[in-house]
Design a protein around this ligand. Structure first.
Ligand SMILES: C[S@@+](CC[C@H](N)C(=O)[O-])C[C@H]1O[C@@H](n2cnc3c(N)ncnc32)[C@H](O)[C@@H]1O
Length: 354
């Protein structure tokens, strides 16, 4: 079956993943505010240092609103999606917000350059670029001696990123609309907007990579940058927080002078298909997966969607409802070594039902 989707990056987020956010900025503000202030705390960045700062942001614009609230002097917001930029500019105009400049741009375009900045907040972006080195190189070109670049990226070698990488083998068999629609049929009573959007993002986005903090540490050494990460280099594979890691690069005059090489290959995705598992035979797991993909390729689109949903439920928590008692199941996460084993068992059970 040929691909059912044209998921070019341009308006993929604006139309499919961020639609709820960019039509309800105010409703999403406190969630983003809490999330970003918590992230800044993790990165050891005192909120006071943001006062009067120039900040770069890429994405929905929600992060820019938070930085504006934290009294940054100027926020430069960029995104490739004209849908997102138009909607955000309308919001800025209606609310008379003047110190956020929001522009539609491909941040990898050879003609694009960033303005000078104190902080660049590159969260959830690097892993969706065909050439992450170009973004890093562009950011360093506009860095001052005190500029800080904050990244949050998918982490390779973990359960959730390993499984998503696998599930993406199936994305050419189904369409976004069918997956959304099937989810609504299977879970008609649940409120799972975030879960569905995360699933659409993970399964369909055209560019998807996973990185490792060790690469960033080595690149920082090579580029003469300071490096800080609050996350362990080898976190537990089944940790609830395993999906991402954070890194802060600090630039200086020396680092900015060595980035002119066009072939700079830094911080590239690695080990996409790896799972650092000692509890299961990986080649057997991969073999079972390949024959599963083979078998379900001949099923109907909706049948594939149902399987994708079941598999995706192994990557993150979903609200599920007990219809009979009309109650949500509220299990909270406690890490234990058994969780890894039981997830793999569940994975094999799902695979056995073709
Ligand atoms: C997962 S989202 C980031 C979420 C973001 N941190 C937020 O504001 O919530 C990735 C974003 O990067 C944008 N993007 C991807 N490639 C781009 C490019 N080459 N130039 C500019 N923006 C790009 C997408 O349109 C999308 O909004």
């Amino acid at each position: 079956m040929s691909s059912k989707n044209n998921n070019k990056m341009d308006d993929f987020y604006g139309n499919h993943v961020h639609h709820d956010i960019i039509t309800h900025y105010d409703d999403n503000f406190s969630k983003y505010y809490n999330r970003i202030t918590a992230e800044l705390k993790l990165l050891n960045i005192n909120l006071n240092t943001l006062q009067g700062a120039r900040v770069i942001d890429v994405g929905t614009g929600m992060q820019s609103l938070v930085f504006e609230k934290l009294n940054c002097k100027e926020v430069f917001h960029f995104d490739i999606s004209s849908v997102q930029i138009e909607s955000f500019n309308e919001y800025l105009k209606t609310n008379n917000i003047k110190n956020i400049l929001s522009l539609q741009a491909d941040i990898l375009d050879p003609l694009f350059s960033f303005p000078k900045y104190d902080f660049a907040f590159i969260y959830g972006v690097l892993h969706h670029l065909p050439n992450p080195s170009i973004l890093i190189s562009n950011l360093l070109s506009s860095a001052d001696k005190n500029s800080k670049i904050m990244f949050r990226c998918y982490r390779s070698g973990t359960w959730s990123r390993w499984l998503v990488h696998k599930i993406r083998d199936l994305n050419h068999l189904i369409s976004i609309e069918k997956l959304r629609n099937t989810f609504g049929i299977v879970f008609p009573l649940e409120d799972n907007k975030q879960f569905i959007n995360d699933m659409i993002d993970d399964v369909f986005v055209s560019q998807w990579g996973a990185f490792h903090p060790a690469q960033f540490r080595k690149d920082a050494e090579m580029l003469n940058l300071s490096y800080y990460s609050p996350d362990n280099e080898f976190d537990l594979d089944f940790n609830h927080y395993d999906e991402n890691f954070r890194v802060v690069f600090g630039a200086n005059e020396h680092s900015t002078s060595i980035i002119n090489s066009k072939d700079l290959k830094i911080s590239s995705p690695i080990n996409q298909g790896a799972l650092h598992s000692e509890i299961y035979n990986m080649s057997q797991l991969n073999h079972v997966w390949d024959s599963y993909v083979n078998k379900i390729s001949s099923l109907s689109e909706m049948e594939v969607c149902i399987r994708v949903i079941s598999l995706y439920r192994l990557t993150r928590k979903m609200n599920s409802n007990d219809y009979y008692y009309s109650k949500y199941n509220t299990s909270s996460f406690t890490h234990s070594s058994e969780i890894g084993e039981s997830r793999i068992k569940n994975f094999m059970k799902i695979l056995s039902q073709t």
